[in-house]
Ligand binder design. Structure first.
Ligand SMILES: NC(=O)c1ccc[n+]([C@@H]2O[C@H](COP(=O)([O-])OP(=O)(O)OC[C@H]3O[C@@H](n4cnc5c(N)ncnc54)[C@H](OP(=O)(O)O)[C@@H]3O)[C@@H](O)[C@H]2O)c1
Length: 174
């Protein structure tokens, strides 16, 4: 950063406490710290208790309550949300949801999403992206696409404005 090669520092898939520790060490040393946090984040929330090879205590890759609360408390941070469309699972029957989404919180959230998509004349994918873009927390969706049609559908989400009432209904479904 001192040489201007790097504009912002980011970190991905680390426990919120590790990110905070690193930022505190950087501040103490008078150095720039992480400002951009890249984690898996979509409208559906996954279980995080399933251990993996990297994380024996359960997944740290998804933006859970610790990380979202951290973002709320530190307005200078931005979340870059990877896999926001869950690989197409909201609309593509050939892409089923991963097992981490198989829990009682998923059906009410899917129902709210589909209702609001119908009302708004939008696709479920567009509602997910609009929900991330226009919410209280600074979130930049990092969307992957494999066709121009998908790209156009996803980009149109920028112009989709959810009403406060629609946003509240989406937030309240658990
Ligand atoms: N930091 C990390 O650990 C990490 C981890 C994962 C990903 N990432 C980054 O995050 C970015 C996106 O990740 P991702 O590919 O998992 O994101 P994603 O947006 O959840 O999934 C992208 C896939 O969803 C499908 N899709 C996209 N738009 C669609 C639409 N409108 N309708 C139906 N299907 C649609 C396409 O799959 P089909 O080809 O099947 O149609 C597309 O390839 C990548 O650049 C990746 O490098 C980072």
């Amino acid at each position: 950063m001192a040489e201007g090669t790097v504009g912002l520092l980011g970190v991905s898939n680390h426990a919120a406490w590790r990110v905070e520790r690193a930022r505190a060490l950087a501040t103490g040393a008078g150095l720039p710290g992480y400002e951009v946090l890249q984690y898996e984040h979509s409208y559906l929330r996954p279980r995080t208790d399933i251990p993996g090879d990297l994380f024996p205590d359960g997944s740290l890759g998804a933006a859970g309550p610790d990380l979202l609360g951290y973002l709320r408390a530190e307005p200078g941070l931005t979340l870059v949300a990877y896999s926001p469309l869950l690989k197409g699972a909201y609309t593509n029957p050939d892409r089923p949801l991963l097992t981490g989404y198989d829990h009682p919180g998923t059906p009410p959230r899917l129902q709210a999403l589909r209702e609001i998509a119908r009302e708004a004349g939008a696709t479920a994918n567009q509602v997910v992206l609009a929900w991330q873009l226009g919410g209280e927390l600074p979130i930049v969706p990092l969307v992957g696409t494999s066709s121009v049609a998908q790209l156009e559908e996803n980009l149109a989400a920028v112009d989709l404005e959810l009403t406060p009432e629609q946003r509240a209904r989406l937030d309240a479904a658990h």
